[in-house]
Write a protein that binds this ligand. Sequence first.
Ligand SMILES: C[S@@+](CC[C@H](N)C(=O)[O-])C[C@H]1O[C@@H](n2cnc3c(N)ncnc32)[C@H](O)[C@@H]1O
Length: 323
Amino acid sequence: MKIVSLFSGAGGLDLGIKQSGNKIIWANDFDKNAVETYAHNIGDEICLADISTIDIKTIPNCDVVIGGFPCQGFSQANLKRTIDDERNTLYKFYYQVIEEKQPLYFIAENVKGILSLGNGNVIKQILSDFESAGYVVELHKVNMANYGVPQTRERVVIIGQNKKKVGKTMLFKFPEESHSKDGQNGLPKWITIKEALDKYPNPDQPNSLCNHVYSKYKVVYRNFTAHRKTNPDYPSPTILARGNGKGGVCAIPHYNGERRLTIRESAAIQTFPDDFEFFGSMGSCYRQIGNAVPVKFAELLGKELIRIEKDELCEKIKEKKTA
Ligand SMILES: C[S@@+](CC[C@H](N)C(=O)[O-])C[C@H]1O[C@@H](n2cnc3c(N)ncnc32)[C@H](O)[C@@H]1O
C-alpha cells in the first residue's frame, strides 16, 4: 500500500511498515536529527517542516496514513477542546489529513495515558471525530512484550477503515499476540532484557557497533521510572523519551547495575536493527528511540495491510466487477 507518515520521528513505525512490503511515499517531522536519522536509514521521502506550516493539498494521495498525533493539546480541564480548538493544531491537522485524503486506512499510535484524559472523554471524542470523517474505528491496548518485543511498553493503537471505500465491517485483523508473561496459552514466554542484550560487547572496550555509547548519568536506585533496578529475567521497562532533569533523556539502567543502556542497546530493545544509525546528540538519539514504535510490532501491522490488499481488497474489486 502507499503510505503517508505523519509525525514520523526516526521512523520505527515506518521501518516496520516498509519492511513488510508497503511503500512510504511521504513522511514529515520537524526534528532535524530525527529527519536526518530517517533519511539515512529509511529514505529521502521525509520532509523537515513543522506540520502546521504544510498545505494539506501538497501531501500526496495515499492508501494509508500512519503516525500518532501528539496529544499535549488535550487538557484534562477542558473537555470540549478537540478539533474545534485552535490550540489543538496537531490533532486538527491529523484529522484534516484523514478527512480530506480519505485513505483506505489510518493507523494511529499513542500513549496509554490518552485513555484516561478527561476521565476517558477525550478518547471518546477523538473516536467519534474519526467516525464522522467516514471511518469505522477500533482501539487496541497493547503490551509490546506480548508481541515478542523485549519491553513491557504499553500503548494504544487506533485503526480506522474507510466506510465508503472499504466497508463498515472491519477487515483489518489486529495482530495476534505471539508471547505471554509466563508461557500461558502455549505461547513462548516474554523475551527478557538479558536475552535481548547479552550479545552486545562491553561498550567500554573497542568495538565496531554504531551508537554503542552510553549516558554517564549516574545509576541511583530511587524506585521510580528509570531509577529502578533492571531485572535481567524480565523484559525491559519502557524505553523513555523523557528527560533526566539535566537536559538529557533518562536511559534505563543496564541489568549489570553499573551503567545505563547504550543508545544501541536501547534501540535493540525497541527492535531496531543493529545497522540502523541514529544522528544527533546523545540525548536526541535516546529521545528518537524512546519515541518510536517497536519495529517488530510495526512490521506486523504492515503485514496485515499487505494481506488486506492481496486478499480482501482484490476480492472486493472482483465482487464489484461481477455485481
Ligand atoms: C512519538 S514521536 C513519533 C515516533 C514515530 N512514530 C516512530 O515510530 O519512530 C512524535 C514525533 O512528532 C514530532 N512532532 C511534534 N510536533 C510536530 C510538528 N508540529 N510538526 C512536525 N512534527 C512534529 C516530534 O518531533 C516527534 O518526532
